[in-house]
Design a protein around this ligand. Structure first.
Ligand SMILES: [Zn+2]
Length: 355
């Protein structure tokens, strides 16, 4: 069977399960709406963004609220366990695995930069735990920068086991980080969380687990999307890092610094330009085009698109190529060198030493 017809068969096979979940209704996917900020408890919440799933186009509407007192931005109402399972299904694994494997697999320079950000603080850590390691691609690349470091990875998906089998990590822990933290207590020179905290239902619990697993004098490395990026406002719902409905919490850098200090860390570095991933304009053009075009086939749609809709989709995407190219060029050559000065960096990185 060709790759294309294999995919069509896989979609047809998954469709009944998805259709049953959708029929049961999106109401069962959410926790009750919060009236207070999960970070500081304030009741002064305002609407920040209304959007839909722009990546997979699964049905559903999502709202982000912002706390007027501390600036914390969060999904409200938040997906519950059932909802998270529904929206993560076939994204990093299953139907989405190959596509994402290719995307993540080719990001070597970014992974090297992440590993190098540790050199000034500890040039030769012996042990490193990467939390939210996915399929372990960061660890595999980081070994070139830090050849004497033993990298372990932790993920709540079977990616952790896959990473161990493929030799990308020494140990792959599968499960919930706070649940595993007691068994890993004080064991690591470095714990990293790259684009992990925003996926967590309770970031504070994750930070406490990090404090437990880093040895005294060791380091915690956190990188998250920056909700204060100017792009977040300029691009609105087309700003890729909103990544609804997966990103549940957006922590302003001042909040994270303060919380780390309270937990018993000293913040030794804060970076904005380095973790900026120059894809905002390209991604925004792509998301808008993909949104405007007829949908590609997917098991959460009632049925496969007909030939006319397929042709229209192909024509629209081809028509969009010049805009995609312009977006890429602007991202890489016009905006990137100025990202800090323009305030558009889409992420920040913190290095903190456990006291
Ligand atoms: Zn707050």
């Amino acid at each position: 069977m060709s790759e294309k017809s294999e995919r069509a068969a896989r979609i047809a096979e998954l469709r009944p399960g998805y259709q049953a979940d959708i029929a049961a209704g999106p109401d069962g996917f959410f926790e009750p709406r919060r009236t207070t900020c999960p970070w500081c408890g304030s009741a002064r919440l305002t609407l920040r963004l209304r959007t839909t799933d722009l990546l997979q186009h699964k049905p559903g509407r999502f709202v982000l609220d912002r706390c007027e007192d501390c600036g914390h931005t969060f999904q409200n109402p938040r997906l519950n366990e059932r909802g998270l399972e529904f929206y993560y299904r076939d994204f990093y694994d299953g139907l989405g695995e190959k596509k994402l494997g290719d995307t993540f697999g080719s990001r070597t320079a970014m992974y090297r930069g992440r590993a190098e950000s540790m050199l000034a603080h500890d040039p030769a850590p012996k042990t490193w735990l990467d939390v939210g390691t996915g399929h372990g691609h960061f660890c595999a690349t980081a070994r070139d920068v830090l050849p004497h470091t033993a990298f372990d990875g932790l993920d709540f998906t079977d990616g952790a086991e896959l990473a161990e089998r493929e030799g990308r990590v020494e140990r792959g822990y599968r499960g919930d980080f706070p649940g595993l933290a007691p068994e890993l207590a004080g064991r690591y020179d470095v714990v990293s969380m790259f684009h992990y905290l925003e996926h967590s239902t309770d970031p504070d619990r994750e930070l406490r687990a990090a404090h437990e697993t880093v040895r005294p004098g060791g380091h915690l490395l956190v990188e998250v999307p920056d909700p204060e990026s100017r792009y977040a406002r300029l691009l609105g719902r087309w700003w890729l890092p909103w990544l609804q409905p997966q990103h549940l919490h957006f922590v302003p850098v001042a909040n994270l610094r303060a919380r780390l200090r309270e937990l018993g860390f000293t913040v030794v570095a804060e970076q904005h330009a380095e973790p900026h991933d120059p894809v905002d304009l390209l991604a925004a053009v792509w998301l808008a085009l993909d949104h405007a075009a007829p949908r590609d086939d997917a098991p959460w749609l009632p049925g496969p698109p007909n030939a006319a809709r397929r042709a229209l989709r192909a024509a629209l995407l081809i028509a969009g190529i010049p805009a995609l190219v312009a977006g890429t060029l602007l991202d890489r050559f016009a905006v990137r060198p100025l990202s800090r000065r323009l305030g558009v960096s889409n992420a920040y990185r913190i290095v903190a030493r456990r006291d």
